[in-house]
Design a protein around this ligand. Structure first.
Ligand code: GRF
Length: 208
C-alpha cells in the first residue's frame, strides 16, 4: 500500500481527483495519510475533512521565521511518514532539505507541457495567460518528479490539450484541468503504486 501526503494551497480539484480515483479503483493500493495546506482558507481542506482525511494547516504566517515554518512542515511530513508526497497546487517554496530527504519521492502537477511555460513565476492562471499570449495551439499538463530546481525534475506523464479560438485564461485553465490534470495525476500515482510500491525503488527515483 502506497502511503501519500497531498500538499495543497487552493481549491483542491486535483486532490478531489485523487480521492475519487482511490474510491473508483482508478488509483490502486494507495492511501492518503494526510493533506497539508499552507492556507487556512483553502477549499482543499474542506474536501479533506468531508472525506475524513487527516488535514493540517501549516502556514508560514504562523511562525516567527521561515526556518521555524520549515521545521514544522518537515516534522509533520516525518510524522505522517509518506512513501510519496504529491504537490497538487502547492504554492510554497519547499524547505531546502525536503528534496534531499524525499529525493525521488515528491511529484508535482504543472499546468503546461514542460519545458514550455514553467519555472519561476509560472503558476496558476499566469501559465495560461502566457500560453495564450504566445499563441500556442496546444498546451497541456505535466506530472514530474520534484528536484531542487523549479519544474526541472524527471517528467513522468504529459497530456496535450487544444487551445481554442476565444479561450480566456480561465476557460483554458478549466479545460487543462478537466482534460489533462485530473487524468494524469491519478494515473501517475496509480503507476507509482503499482511499479514503485517498494520504497527502496521510490528512493532511487521512480519513472526514470
Ligand atoms: C492546478 O492547475 C495545478 O496544475 C497547479 O495549481 C492548480 C491547482 O488547482 N499546480 P487545484 O487546487 O487542484 O484545484
Amino acid at each position: 500500500m502506497l502511503s501519500i501526503v497531498v500538499c495543497v494551497s487552493g481549491g483542491g480539484t486535483n486532490l478531489q481527483a485523487i480521492i475519487d480515483g482511490i474510491h473508483s479503483g482508478a488509483i490502486r493500493d494507495t492511501r492518503i495519510a494526510g493533506v497539508i495546506s499552507n492556507n487556512a482558507g483553502a477549499y482543499a481542506l474542506v474536501r479533506a475533512e468531508e472525506n475524513a482525511l487527516p488535514a493540517f494547516c501549516i502556514s508560514p504566517k504562523s511562525f516567527e521565521d521561515r526556518a521555524a515554518f520549515n521545521r514544522a512542515f518537515m516534522d509533520k511530513l516525518s510524522e505522517l511518514s509518506p512513501d510519496l508526497i504529491v504537490l497538487a497546487g502547492f504554492l510554497v517554496i519547499l524547505p531546502p532539505e525536503m528534496t534531499k530527504v524525499y529525493a525521488g519521492r515528491i511529484i508535482n502537477i504543472h499546468p503546461s507541457l514542460i519545458p514550455s511555460f514553467c519555472g519561476k513565476g509560472f503558476y496558476g492562471l499566469r501559465v495560461h495567460e502566457e500560453a495564450l499570449k504566445r499563441g500556442v495551439k496546444i498546451t497541456g499538463a505535466t506530472v514530474h518528479i520534484v528536484d531542487e530546481g523549479t519544474d526541472t525534475g524527471t517528467i513522468l506523464y504529459q497530456k496535450a490539450v487544444e487551445v481554442l479560438p476565444g479561450d480566456t485564461p480561465e476557460i483554458l485553465q478549466k479545460r487543462v484541468m478537466e482534460q489533462a490534470e485530473w487524468i494524469i495525476l491519478p494515473k501517475a500515482i496509480d503507476e507509482i503504486a503499482q511499479q514503485c510500491g517498494n520504497t527502496a525503488v521510490l528512493q532511487k527515483g521512480c519513472g526514470s
